[in-house]
Design a protein around this ligand. Sequence first.
Ligand code: HEC
Length: 211
Amino acid sequence: MKKLLLGLFAALGALAATGIAAAAAIYYLGLIDVAADAPHSPLVYDLIEGARERAIARSSSDIKPPGDLANPERVRRGAGNYAAMCADCHLTPGVANSEIRLGLYPTPPDLTRVAAAGQSADTVAARQFWIIRHGIKASGMPAWSKGGMDDASIWDLTAFLGQLPALSAEQYLNLVAISDGHAHHSAMMGDPAAVAAQPHDDKPGAKPHKH
Ligand code: HEC
């Protein structure tokens, strides 16, 4: 019996050592394909997605959305920031795709479509708030709080995302037109009016690009 157990442990040890050696070889020989145009295998993709969703669900479980998320003022304020900072990656009503979205991996979700069914509005909002605030590692999704966006402005964006799937292209453009453009309070960037005046807002001088 003792011999049998020892044999079993030895076999398991050899198996683990082989696994570690194989992983080390893959790592040192540079065999992991990091190209954004080479998708993960379905198994790896599912594992990463599962780990991401579990982590976000855990981290956002204590977040309580403010009671006035449907307030049109919040939605109006969020619209300008969405148009300035998110639309290229996450699309707008009537826009089927963008160059940056086509090239990114993972593909940024189309936020003009309704979020996953089966979750309460509060859970969806808390999840979106957490993602906008902290970003998602090794995807293209930035942690907007690091760029200086404060929580109130992130809730405004969350409020806007709640309405976005119901907007027509015209309604979207009208909302952006009456919003304050790219304006959010931030400790780092200071006065929102000054931020709004920064050249990257409306990209003055930008020529239409051709290729
Ligand atoms: C450079 C591209 C890029 C920009 C700009 C960007 N995002 Fe993202 N975003 C992503 C990617 C990529 C993901 C998916 C990450 C993943 O699957 O791991 C994502 C995911 C999200 C999600 C989760 C969607 C879901 O239901 O799974 C939300 C919400 C979101 N972004 C909101 C925003 C907001 C709001 C802004 C603007 C303030 C923004 N993003 C700007 C690339 C971007």
